[in-house]
Each structure stands twice: as structure tokens, then as C-alpha cells.
Design a protein around this ligand. Structure first.
Ligand code: OGA
Ligand code: MN
Length: 219
């Protein structure tokens, strides 16, 4: 059995904590996923959440689908969130600020992981109470350009009783499948390899808000 000393015996606190872009990139390189708490300031998180709520109130969110192009389909038995895609050419000042900070993360990941990430696409996501997203990969045939998934949670408060964890599956040191649950705590950012990391959103009891995006290897 091979032990990776750096990741042996990791507990919740070591999984999370505040990290720099370079630390996120290093973990992504070493094991395919990483989490940082307090990725954005509380002020910025509240502003983004307010903007999300205004857009939701004005009916801008749509039922999320799976697949794209001709294979796009709305399947609430697979995923039941609602999304609003951000338009790169019409970003609000707040969205632009987030976009800019993720561009620095993109650069850090490219420097460490040589993934040739060139662009970013992103949507707000809202999971109403009772909703979920079954186990899946973010990169499938029709979106093979998605290389790294990036999720920022905007929720005001969260605890385990609300459910709604992101469950990331990976192969443990014993060769068996393991998982790590990551709760959608406001200000927390998760990155993982879109084509490698199977994951799901467990049913949530509370409205669950995030900005989900993908770094792509094409424009
Ligand atoms: C997705 C997804 C996870 C999350 O939108 O593809 O898996 O924690 N989201 O919101
Ligand atoms: Mn996903």
C-alpha cells in the first residue's frame, strides 16, 4: 500500500481552511480536487448573493438540463436545480470581479498543472429545498472541453442538518472507493478535475446557492 504522507489521515479541518491560488493548484495537481474557505470576502459574498436573489426574483432562472446541443434535456429525476448562465460579454461589475479573480486562479493552475486552460464558462445555480443532482461527471462527450470545475458557495449560513453536501468520490489509498462530503458553506470554493471526479449533490433541505463554472481548454 502506498501512503502519500501529505494526505494521510486528513480530517475536515485540513480539507478546508483558507488557501491561496497556488495551494489550490498544488492540491488539484496532487489529488484532483481542493477546497478553500473564505475564498472571497464576506462583503463580496453578500453582494453576489443579493445580485443572485434579484435575478431569481425577476424570473431569470431556468430549470437546469443535462447534455447540450441536440442532446440537451431537462430531467428533474437526475438534477432539480435552476440556473442562470452568465454572459461573458455582459457581465455585471460584480460578476466581472469574480471573473477576474478566477482568471488568476486559472493562471495558477496552468503554472502548476500544465492543463492549458484558456477560458471560463459559468452559471448561478439555485437548488430549492428537496432538490439534488445525482452522481455524474462534468465532462461528457459533448462538453469535452471542460477540464476543471470550480464552485463557489454563496449561502448565508449552513450546517450539516440542512444536507445538500457535495459528495466527491475518489479512490482511497487501499484502492477502494471513498468519498468526501463538502458542505456548501458561504465563501467556500471547490475545484476538481471535471473528467475524473465523480460527484453528486445530496438532497438539500434548504435553498442552496452557488456559482458553478468550468475552465476550458478552448475558447
Ligand atoms: C454541477 C455540480 C455541485 C455543487 O453543477 O455540475 O455538480 O456542489 N454542482 O453545486
Ligand atoms: Mn457537476
Amino acid at each position: 500500500m502506498q501512503i502519500f504522507p501529505k494526505f494521510a489521515g486528513m480530517d475536515e479541518k485540513q480539507v478546508a481552511g483558507k488557501k491561496t491560488n497556488e495551494e489550490l493548484a498544488e492540491e488539484l495537481y496532487a489529488r484532483g480536487w481542493s477546497v478553500s474557505d473564505h475564498y472571497i470576502s464576506e462583503d463580496f459574498r453578500k453582494q453576489l448573493l443579493k445580485e443572485q436573489q434579484e435575478l431569481l426574483y425577476h424570473g431569470q432562472f431556468r430549470h437546469a438540463g443535462i447534455g447540450n446541443g441536440e442532446s440537451f434535456a431537462i430531467k428533474p429525476e437526475i438534477r432539480s436545480d435552476k440556473v442562470l448562465w452568465l454572459d461573458e460579454n455582459q457581465l455585471t461589475p460584480l460578476q466581472q470581479k469574480y471573473w477576474n479573480s478566477l482568471d488568476q486562479l486559472r493562471t495558477a493552475i496552468n503554472q502548476r498543472c500544465f492543463l492549458g486552460l484558456r477560458s471560463f464558462e459559468s452559471h448561478f445555480a439555485m437548488y430549492p429545498p428537496g432538490s439534488f443532482y445525482l452522481r455524474h461527471l462534468d465532462r461528457f462527450q459533448s462538453v469535452s472541453y471542460r477540464i476543471v470545475s470550480v464552485i463557489l458557495y454563496l449561502n448565508d449560513s449552513w450546517d450539516e442538518s440542512k444536507g445538500g453536501a457535495l459528495r466527491l468520490y475518489f479512490t482511497g489509498q487501499n484502492g477502494l472507493e471513498q468519498y468526501q462530503d463538502i458542505f456548501p458553506i458561504g465563501g467556500r470554493l471547490v475545484v476538481f478535475l471535471s473528467g475524473e471526479m465523480l460527484h453528486e449533490v445530496l438532497p438539500t433541505k434548504s435553498t442552496r446557492i452557488s456559482i458553478t463554472g468550468w475552465f476550458k481548454d478552448e475558447f
